[in-house]
Design a protein around this ligand. Structure first.
Ligand SMILES: NC(=O)c1ccc[n+]([C@@H]2O[C@H](COP(=O)([O-])OP(=O)(O)OC[C@H]3O[C@@H](n4cnc5c(N)ncnc54)[C@H](O)[C@@H]3O)[C@@H](O)[C@H]2O)c1
Length: 252
């Protein structure tokens, strides 16, 4: 089960897991986008279903997990990639904005875990990967609301790793650096919706030059990290934050 599967990193994760043999449930509030990802999975020879759900709606997430378990027989993997971002200074944050971001980036992650855990427990275990961000390593003006929602996602994942470990369920977090997706295109998309190529080159160049590797991550780089974490190669790895960011931050 992959949330945020209609776009960007979630889409890349869905395609990557399908190539590795998973039957994928593509979950997104953008139902048409989820259908497109499921079709792309089918085109590459895999199997997927699409589910239109708001991850911030706990009852809907539980109902979706129950439906997925019936249709696919079991749930072994959850990847929580659904997310939103708002660029706003903390002193200017409206209560509605606070609620909107936390509803998806924090509550949505917890609701997904709550929804799938009973199904994983019933088959003796599973693997959950939540999507945080390199934003957790920096304090940048205007990025505080998003960063705090992502710190919360990483922290709840660590606690869940402790609570679910005895049931054989591993919970890890991927913290991606800047990846060009519809989410980050807002940095160089004009009010008319058109991408400003000069601004794009400037933004991508700045991020690139900030990394020791001198390269930006592609969605597939994040998908490969997720694949590792849900695979048996990571069978003793839980409660960890894996930074896939070209080395732009390196906390011990
Ligand atoms: N792109 C980056 O540079 C980057 C870096 C670090 C972390 N992330 C995180 O990775 C995740 C994926 O980001 P992306 O770049 O692919 O973004 P994206 O905007 O391309 O995709 C996000 C997807 O989440 C879905 N979504 C949003 N709210 C939802 C809700 N309430 N219920 C269900 N689906 C919902 C959207 O419809 C969309 O398909 C996010 O959690 C983001 O915060 C992205």
């Amino acid at each position: 089960m992959v949330t945020g599967a209609a776009s960007g990193l979630g889409r890349a994760v869905a395609l990557r897991l399908a190539v590795a043999g998973a039957v994928v449930a593509c979950v997104d509030r953008d139902g048409a986008g989820a259908e497109k990802t499921a079709s792309a999975v089918a085109e590459q020879g895999g199997s997927a279903t699409a589910h239109t759900v708001d991850v911030g709606d706990r009852a809907a997430m539980v109902a979706t997990a129950d439906e997925v378990a019936v249709r696919h027989g079991r749930i072994d993997i959850l990847v929580s990639s659904a997310g939103i971002i708002l660029d706003v200074r903390l002193l200017d944050v409206e209560e509605s904005e606070l609620e909107a971001v936390l509803a998806v980036n924090t509550k949505g992650v917890l609701f997904g875990c709550q929804a799938v855990a009973p199904h994983m427990e019933s088959v003796g275990g599973g693997a959950i990967v939540t999507m945080s961000s390199t934003a957790i390593d920096f304090a940048v003006a205007g990025n505080g609301l998003y960063a705090m929602s992502k710190v919360a996602a990483a922290q709840l994942s660590r606690t869940l790793a402790t609570e679910l470990g005895p049931s054989g369920i591993r919970v890890n977090t991927v913290a991606p650096g800047f990846v060009e997706t519809p989410m980050t295109e807002r940095n160089f998309r004009g009010a008319d919706g058109v991408i400003d190529e000069a601004r794009r080159n400037q933004v991508l160049g700045a991020h690139r030059s900030g990394t020791p590797l001198g390269q930006l991550c592609e969605p597939e780089d994040i998908a490969d990290a997720v694949l590792y974490l849900v695979s048996d190669q990571a069978r003793r790895v839980t409660g960890q934050v894996l930074r896939v960011n070209g080395g732009i931050s390196m906390p011990l």
